[in-house]
Design a protein. Structure first.
Length: 395
């Protein structure tokens, strides 16, 4: 029998569907939840969010002090801070010692954490740990770019994703020719800085060759783990995952554990992988040291990552987890367009019956929940308004 849950609550910083899933998971157990964001409002509509606050954001001057003031005003001593967006990860890690005066914090310091969060440093950590990794090219200027002789296509990625712009929102751009590479690099460098762009080899394969590892770690060792196939994404190749299936893939788990042990990792983590058929290896692409979008799949399948983190933060040993194998997660508003896109590209196999089989139970939904329906009802108008504003602001 597990120990009673501590009385202190949780503050979720930023994020969208992962933050919503975390709020529901914790709220269903009676753990009070506060949501703080300068971006997406969707989690605020959950009945499990006790209170929400708009703030200047993780990159604003004095952001850490803003959180300390919030704790003082509202009696949030010993509440757990959980980052749900990239900028919030860096804020907490850079100010860990200061924030621990008021909050519970499970995070490495930024000097240690950035080797996972910065893609330029991630390649070096992977090499140090003996892990297969896509070839990355050192580019600090347009001159460096001109000297490259890569095999096309190649990918351009932001080294870090704290800032919000079209490059960081898209996460990856593909260049098929040297001319495209030069043009895309100029655009990316104008937004993320000349040295803030990673150029990387492209791993061939369709979107369903993409996988993920998720876990919660303590003192450099895993507490609970899960491996999944990111079966569909939108857009189909480099987009946001919209249909996830649990798979038992020990090779992914082995690579993830080597990487995270090398970093002596603490906290929640999700690592994106792609299977490279050329050498038969699963290669890590990105490490997300925060809540991830499909977090709700863990609760549905018996691995409650966020409550485990909550117990660890309060010095409790979480109960053992057991992943149910036949579970899926779907963001239905993205998955239908993803399926249609695959049909247009000639990549869909099996027709309508195969797609309808995706909806078989048990399934976890990104926004739909019978006990918390409002976020699903407001997602479409909120998303439409945000897309319109983004297009206007980014031209």
């Amino acid at each position: 029998m597990s120990a009673p849950l501590p009385p202190a609550g949780v503050i979720l910083l930023g994020g969208v569907h992962g933050a919503l899933a975390a709020a529901r998971t914790l709220g269903r157990k009676g753990i009070p939840v506060i949501y703080v964001s300068d971006d997406h409002p969707l989690p605020r509509f959950s009945r499990y969010v006790r209170e929400s606050f708009a703030w200047p954001g993780a990159q604003a001057p004095g952001a850490a002090q803003w959180l300390l003031d919030l704790a003082a005003r509202h009696g949030l001593k010993d509440w757990l801070l959980i980052p749900c967006a990239d900028g919030d990860v860096k804020l907490i890690a850079e100010n860990r010692d200061t924030l621990q005066k008021a909050f519970r914090v499970v995070s490495l310091k930024w000097d240690d954490l950035k080797q996972l969060g910065d893609k330029k440093l991630l390649a070096g950590l992977a090499a140090q740990a003996g892990i297969p990794f896509p070839r990355s090219y050192r580019v600090e200027s347009a001159a460096d770019l001109a000297a490259l002789d890569p095999a096309f296509p190649v990918l351009l990625k932001p080294a870090q994703r704290e800032a919000r712009n079209s490059f960081t929102q898209d996460k990856v751009w593909r260049a098929n020719t040297r001319e495209e590479l030069a043009a895309l690099y100029r655009d990316a460098a104008s937004q993320s800085g000349a040295s803030g762009v990673v150029v990387q080899d492209y791993i061939p394969g369709e979107g369903n060759e993409q996988y993920s590892y998720a876990g919660v770690w303590s003192a450099g060792e895993p507490v609970a783990e899960m491996t999944v196939r990111r079966t569909r994404q939108y857009p189909s190749d480099f987009g946001i995952s919209c249909f996830i299936e649990i798979v038992d893939e020990p090779r992914i788990r082995d690579v993830a554990e080597k990487l995270l042990r090398a970093a002596r990792y603490e906290g929640l983590v999700e690592i994106d992988f792609k299977f490279d058929a050329r050498d038969g290896q699963f290669k890590p692409l990105d490490v997300n040291t925060r809540v991830w979008a499909w977090l709700g799949l863990g609760e549905a399948a018996g691995t409650d990552f966020v409550t485990m983190l909550y117990r660890l933060a309060h010095g409790q040993k979480p109960p053992a987890s057991a992943n149910a194998k036949d579970h899926r997660w779907m963001h239905v508003l993205r998955d239908a367009p993803a399926m249609l896109s695959l049909v247009r590209q000639g990549q869909w196999r099996g027709g309508l019956p195969v797609y309808l089989a995706s909806f078989r139970q048990p399934i976890a939904w990104a926004t739909m929940a019978w006990d918390d329906p409002v976020p699903f009802l407001v997602e479409v108008p909120i998303t439409a308004l945000r897309i319109l504003r983004r297009r206007m602001s980014w031209g």
